[in-house]
Design a protein around this ligand. Structure first.
Ligand code: GLA
Length: 376
């Protein structure tokens, strides 16, 4: 089964945009292994838009890899990625052209799926630009889903329709394994906050087999790259990653892994956070309470083995006292029960909470705990 838990990996778009090539892909693959990211669960290395020539081959009608960026073709790149024990991801688009104006797969779905299978692809991100007017969007995603299932290779289908056509309600049914539910992320905290909050009512559509993708990670980008727009502080990247983990969103690294710093690496490899994201039950978080225009959010995610993840996220621009009352999660004082807390970031014990968890949380910061029910 593909996508048993939220897919994890790396995607070229956020940092590299059109500046992709054989060498940087191989270097990234090397680093994913060397730095322990593969062992932490990041297994897909996905090449996004801008990998092909501007036109299809006039004779075969196939999309052709750009010979300057990928002089040895895509199979060679894919073989290298596989030799590192990683999986290889490709990109195309449901429209006639991709978002960056390269050939799209409209009306070529079966040929292209076969071509990706020949490359040895394990993953396809399928974008939503340049569809013919009045076409049936969901049908185009059905078509590529069928083409992938018919191509003779197991390929994870990452549908990227940005939340159009009420995607949450049908995308699982057509066989996709993850789906973008939002517009593109930018490297700043407003974008993180808006994307996460926009899907609060839709995380319940995520479950093993198909996950709501609130876009690729920006952690560690520091305003460098293709979606740069101010950048974030390390605290903000920490909150960003914790939110994506609570949301069971796919975790696709977007920074330049070849230049990643220790802080970002430790964050992305944090075992407790990954455990929260990858929990086998794949449950959505529920909102316990919200204040300050809904930007201070207390969330609980029920995990397997009677564990819980508890998050106090201050997405507002001011420091705030945050209170999570245990009776609001079904643990009234009369039950004689509280929550034994472990700081998910540091692994330190934080005692047993009775009645409430009350903490001062700085603007854009968060507290994240692994919790177990305990007698009080
Ligand atoms: C769209 C997608 C992005 C990226 C670009 C590539 O904007 O949403 O994630 O793939 O296209 O052009």
């Amino acid at each position: 089964m593909l996508s048993k838990t939220p897919p994890m990996g790396f995607n070229t778009w956020n940092t590299f945009g059109e500046n992709i090539n054989d060498e940087m892909i191989r270097q990234t693959a090397d680093k994913m292994v060397e730095l322990g990211l593969k062992d932490a669960g990041y297994e897909y290395l996905v090449i996004d838009d801008c990998w092909s020539k501007k036109e299809r081959d006039p004779v075969t009608d196939k999309i052709v890899p750009d010979p300057v960026k990928f002089p040895q073709g895509m199979k060679a790149v894919s073989d290298y990625v596989h030799s590192k024990g990683l999986k290889f991801g490709m990109y195309s688009c449901a429209g006639v052209r991709t978002c960056a104006d390269y050939p799209g797969s409209f009306d070529h779905e079966f040929l292209d799926a076969k071509t990706f299978a020949e490359y040895g692809a394990d993953f396809l991100k399928y974008d939503n630009c340049n569809k013919p007017e009045n076409c049936n969007g969901p049908l185009l995603y059905k078509k590529m889903s069928m083409a992938l299932k018919a191509c003779g290779r197991e390929i994870l289908f990452s549908a990227c329709n940005w939340g159009c056509d009420e995607v949450n309600t049908w995308i699982r049914s057509i066989g996709a394994h993850m789906y973008r539910s939002t517009g593109d992320i930018c490297d700043n905290f407003n974008s993180v906050r808006d994307l996460f909050i926009s899907q609060l009512d839709n995380y319940a559509y995520s479950a093993p087999g198909c996950f709501n993708d609130i876009d690729m990670l920006i952690a560690g980008m520091y305003a460098e790259g293709n979606v740069g727009a101010g950048g974030c502080s390390d605290t903000e990247y920490k909150t960003h990653f914790a939110l994506w983990c609570m949301a069971s969103s796919p975790l696709m690294i977007g920074c330049d892994i070849r230049k990643i710093n220790d802080t970002t690496l430790a964050l992305l490899k944090n075992k407790n956070l990954i455990r929260i994201n990858q929990d086998e039950e794949g449950r959505p978080p529920f909102v316990v309470s919200r204040h300050r225009d809904g930007k201070c959010i207390c969330l609980v995610k029920v995990l397997s083995d009677n564990e819980f993840a508890v998050m106090l996220a201050n997405l507002s621009d001011d420091d705030s006292r945050m209170n999570l009352y245990l009776e609001d999660i079904g643990l009234p004082v009369a039950s004689g029960k509280g929550l034994a807390l472990t700081d998910a970031f540091t692994g330190e014990g934080r005692g047993v909470a009775k009645e409430r968890i009350s903490l001062q949380v700085a603007a854009h910061d968060c507290e994240l705990f692994l919790a177990k029910i305990a007698d009080v």
